[in-house]
Design a protein around this ligand. Structure first.
Ligand SMILES: [Zn+2]
Length: 393
């Protein structure tokens, strides 16, 4: 899609008519970026880019990092969202039964999956992660009764569910299971490989956001090809100067989504567009590497780590804890972890973890075994809040 088409579609919303009033839009580089703050402050209805009669759903960001942002989807958008799944290598079909663990309240991912299932006549089971009706124990029972072929869930939930299954004596993969779809939180290729080993099936990752929609599903080789028809991705430095390809920087997205168009949206993700890569999946478009959000970058004693750096280190540990959390202080880190019960008899001490992490990070790090999730939560009660890996003090 050409730059002028993105501009034309953006001008369908009152928000952009006001923002761009009197501006010369002929020079793309001179067009100001759109910030999260602007979206938060404006009237939700000013963001709509089409006739209200065409609106299908309304969503909001989780609000974990501030006031939530509104996001509107038209019926046409819901078709496009479904296509991102349907056109991917997961080959969703009427032979599938998809168990959907994403929370249906406010969030977007569960709907993308439901829309996709409806389009190809695939079976669908809603087991909302945030609902008290479907705690983990109930989900395990439903998996055992229904034997879904695909399970869709946030990556941390995949780790928690696997531990719960282990404690109930269930072997993974369960019968018929052929793939996981993960979305919602960062998952590097190292973490995805760990999940593939844990579950014994292929893992597909859907990259996107509430504001922009589902954008890229990993190909069969685990790459996020930039192949969305209505999207432009740019990488810029901290002064918003374009960096081009093969350099890490801030992500700027332009989306010609009918319900809510966005132009040069600064989404706080740290990314890189790579065009010098090898992927034999048949898609030659460049790939997007996601390093996590800028507020998850750790700066400690002159060293900088993205959440992707941290994930790659943690998910390469000789024994990966089934759940973990890093507390960031001015001059040290505290790594809290809980090992899977299947590793309880192994000789892997706190000192081994301290040494492993220090060798990789080269900053003072203290590890601390602790119970991040109680036995009760794993087997009976729902976990309501989103699990965060980084806590800054
Ligand atoms: Zn590929």
């Amino acid at each position: 899609m050409k730059n002028e088409d993105f501009i034309k579609i953006a001008l369908n919303s009152k928000f952009y008519q006001n923002k761009f009033y009197g501006l010369n839009l002929n020079d793309w580089s001179g067009i100001p970026i759109t910030t999260k703050e602007e979206l938060r402050k404006c009237d939700a209805y000013d963001l709509i880019g089409t006739d209200f009669k065409k609106i299908a759903t309304y969503h909001e960001t989780s609000g974990t990092t501030g006031t939530p942002t509104s996001s509107w989807y038209s019926f046409k958008d819901s078709d496009q969202e479904a296509k991102v799944i349907i056109n991917s290598h997961i080959n969703l079909s009427s032979n599938d039964l998809l168990l959907n663990r994403f929370p249906f309240a406010i969030a977007l991912p569960p709907f993308i999956l439901f829309w996709a299932c409806q389009k190809v006549n695939a079976g669908h089971i809603a087991v909302d992660k945030a609902s008290s009706i479907t705690p983990i124990a109930r989900v395990i029972e439903i998996i055992q009764r229904s034997n879904p072929s695909i399970i869709a869930l946030p990556p941390a939930e995949a780790e928690i569910l696997a531990e719960s299954a282990f404690r109930k004596g269930i072997t993974l993969p369960t019968p018929n299971l052929r793939a996981l779809i993960i979305a919602g939180d960062l998952s590097t290729s190292t973490r995805r490989k760990y999940l593939e080993k844990l579950w014994g099936v292929q893992v597909f990752d859907l990259f996107g956001s509430t504001e922009t929609g589902g954008l890229f599903m990993t190909c069969k080789n685990g790459q996020h090809h930039i192949n969305h028809p209505n999207l432009k991705v740019e990488v810029v430095d901290s002064n918003f100067k374009p960096l081009g390809h093969n350099l890490k920087g801030h992500c700027i997205l332009s989306s010609a989504r009918e319900g809510m168009p966005l132009l040069k949206y600064f989404n706080h993700d740290i990314v890189e567009i790579k065009d010098n890569f090898n992927c034999d999946c048949g898609d030659n478009s460049p790939i997007l590497i996601h390093y996590g959000r800028d507020d998850n970058v750790l700066n400690i004693k002159g060293m900088e780590f993205t959440l992707a750096d941290i994930q790659d280190i943690v998910y390469s540990m000789p024994i990966v804890p089934f759940i973990w959390k890093i507390h960031v202080y001015d001059d040290n880190l505290i790594f809290e972890y809980q090992l899977s019960r299947k590793h309880s008899s192994l000789n892997f001490a706190k000192e081994d973890i301290d040494k492993y992490l220090y060798d990789k990070l080269r900053v003072p790090v203290y590890s601390k075994p602790c119970q991040l999730i109680t036995d009760d939560d794993l087997t009976s009660k729902p976990i309501f809040s989103k699990f965060g890996h980084i806590v800054k003090h």
